[in-house]
Design a protein around this ligand. Structure first.
Ligand code: GLN
Length: 547
């Protein structure tokens, strides 16, 4: 068995430079050559996982099958390579220190002074190698943050050591840094990139490849400068420039020769790259023949990264219908303040309320759901978007006037959504929700069954509340259908409203399983419904897969 190779991706100049998509593209370039590829995202913050971070500042929490609450870059790895990641693919300072301190308390280091080098760095290396175990060909390790950040130092030190321990031919350092283009002169400015390379060198890491992140493809002069000051051949300088379709990036880097360069540098034995399927997906993205307008009604509207998987799942579904999905973010707090603003929704072909937490903006979301139901605009509700659809239905159809979720009103007379029983004594917030992939039984003769065409599906969850069993009968009597339940029949997983064109909501998060070439059925159904309703079809017809 050949030795596992490690590709380390660092970032420079600014954060959010697109390291995640570059790392995903590198993985894609390797996997189309028949290599088994795994990923690690290192997050140097002290939180143990992303679950307690505000999605407004940090972006979406991506949930893995095993219930890891991880960084959103794991979502990109999954979408680009059509793989399943797990909690071990996301390493944080919090996890590393937790482990080292627990060992120290157990007495594992008895007599020693426990230090960042070697104890912390050893633990980082152990966690990285854990992912490479069992014959993985390549592990792509993305180091979050920017070269020079104080909290990133132990991680950079650990990967510096890995070059020594694993050997030159088994390790590769890729540095991704911003190269701004000046509007006035049209010049690409490489100085900041040069400084960040120097910062890495100071730590003892000489990049093998530099990826300039720029709005347009860099010119010859910029490439020459980057190579000269980065001490690299020009063939080791690549450019990741702005693209309309993010899934095109691996093809762009491949065209620039990245695949060939990495294969030679790491002395990999590979097959001919097989890009045909991926090319087909990208070309479908580029040649859509219709547009569908979707409103996502939520709280964090300024930063679409808070719902990145939702957005991508909509785009994947659109591509399958040869449609581009035009997404508008509707701030439900504004609707709460001025309820008549909800009428803006008349402009949309579909309405989606995504996952969410807490009181703020919740009443606005309920108004959006009411609008969708009363005007029969296709509706997809995700997690909180399902729970609030129940609240809306209970209030306005079942006549339970002050129905609510106890998450938004603890005193509600009709707590139609309530804490899961096993959550009642849980106080700690980290990793304590109902999390990860769980089986769901889909009822026959329902919209959900028409979409999934399977009786058992597995989907990822992240919630503390559920449909209160005390209200099942009332809700069902008024026409709401529970089309998916947990295997023990105790938990509502999918709801739908039969008389409507498309009104479906899930307790789980289907977006985490959507892929550019494999749209998730509920999203696909939703986008198809929005398109069909728009052109005046009488009723919803199941979509056919074209990719
Ligand atoms: N806040 C709700 C709950 O905890 C919904 C969670 C979500 O939308 N992910 O159950």
């Amino acid at each position: 068995m050949a030795r596992t190779k490690y590709v380390f991706v660092t970032g420079g100049v600014v954060s959010s430079v697109g390291k995640g998509t570059v790392a995903s593209s590198v993985g894609k370039i390797l996997s189309v050559r028949g290599l088994t590829t795994q990923f690690i995202k290192i997050d140097p913050y002290v939180n143990v996982d992303a679950g307690t971070l505000n999605p407004y500042s940090h972006g979406e929490v991506f949930v893995t099958d095993d219930g890891g609450e991880t960084d959103l870059d794991l979502g990109w790895y999954e979408r680009f390579l059509d793989i399943r990641t797990s909690r071990i693919n996301n390493i944080t300072t919090g996890q590393v220190y937790n482990e080292v301190i627990a060992r120290e308390r157990r007495g594992d280091y008895l007599g020693q002074c426990v230090q960042i080098v070697p104890h912390v760095t050893d633990e980082i290396k152990r966690r990285i190698r854990l992912v490479g175990r069992g014959g993985v060909d390549v592990v792509v390790v993305e180091v979050g943050g920017t070269a020079g950040d104080i909290e990133g130092l132990p991680f950079l030190e650990a990967i510096r050591q890995m070059r020594l321990e694993e050997g030159y031919e088994n390790t590769l350092f890729i540095h991704v840094a911003l190269v701004p283009k000046l509007k006035a002169t049209g010049e690409f400015k490489t100085k900041a990139l040069q400084h960040s390379v120097n910062e890495l060198r100071r730590i003892g890491i000489q990049p093998d490849i530099i990826v300039a992140r720029s709005e347009a493809n860099i010119d010859k002069e910029a490439r020459r400068k980057i190579a000269l000051f980065g001490t690299l051949p020009e063939e080791a300088v690549f450019c990741s420039y702005d693209v309309d379709c993010i899934y095109e990036l691996p093809l762009i880097l491949e065209e620039q020769g990245m695949g060939r360069y990495i294969v030679e540098r790491l002395r990999l034995t590979t097959q001919e790259p097989g890009w045909s399927r991926w090319r087909k997906v990208v070309s479908l993205y580029k040649k859509t023949r219709q547009t569908v307008k979707i409103a996502i009604c939520g709280k964090y509207t300024q930063l679409s990264d808070a719902y990145v998987s939702v957005k991508e799942a909509l785009l994947h579904a659109g591509v399958n219908m040869e449609a581009s999905v035009d997404i508008t973010w509707i701030d439900t707090e504004a609707i709460e303040e001025e309820p008549e603003k909800v009428n803006i929704l008349s402009q949309f072909d579909g309405i989606l309320v995504p996952g969410g937490f807490g009181k703020r903006g919740a009443e606005g979301k309920i108004l959006c759901i009411k609008y969708a139901r009363e005007n029969d605009i296709p509706y997809l509700g995700i997690c909180f978007g399902m729970q609030l659809a129940i609240v809306e239905f209970a209030r306005n159809v079942c006549g339970l006037e002050d129905a609510a979720s106890t998450e938004i009103n603890q005193e509600a007379k009709h707590p139609v959504i309530d804490l899961l029983p096993e959550q009642r004594n849980v106080d700690a917030k980290g990793g304590t929700m109902r999390l990860g992939s769980l089986p769901i039984y889909v009822k026959r003769d329902t919209l959900a069954y028409r979409l999934y065409r399977q009786e058992v599906i597995n989907q990822r969850h992240r919630h503390r509340y559920e449909v209160n069993p005390d209200y099942w009968e009332t809700l069902q009597k008024h026409g709401l259908v529970f089309s998916g339940l947990s295997p023990d029949g105790r938990r509502v997983e999918i709801i739908e409203l039969p008389g409507k064109f498309y009104f479906l909501a899930t307790q789980y998060h289907p977006e985490f399983l959507s892929r550019p070439n494999k749209p998730e059925p509920t999203y696909l159904g939703f986008v198809k419904a929005a398109l069909d309703k728009k052109i005046g079809l009488e009723s919803f017809q199941e979509p056919q897969l074209v990719i």
